[in-house]
Design a protein around this ligand. Structure first.
Ligand SMILES: [Zn+2]
Length: 71
């Protein structure tokens, strides 16, 4: 599988604003929401934490192991 053996899960990209509340956009479809929802309303993806650091993927996978996929 090489370089892309680990699939990238969609996540919320946080957008900070000076004069209004933060927004979050889906890394997959770009849908914007006011707060990080568990599922993207745009593409229906199950979302991870609102981080853009790659390390969160490992944490999310640990969560999956602990709690399982129930969808
Ligand atoms: Zn989406």
């Amino acid at each position: 599988m090489g370089l892309f053996s680990k699939p990238k899960h969609p996540y919320w990209v946080q957008h900070s604003h000076l004069f209004k509340d933060d927004e979050y956009s889906c890394s997959k479809c770009g849908c914007k929401v006011d707060w990080p929802k568990p599922v993207c309303p745009g593409c229906g993806s199950k979302m991870g934490a609102s981080q853009d650091d790659a390390n969160w993927v490992d944490e999310a996978e640990i969560m999956d192991i602990l709690f399982g996929e129930d969808d």
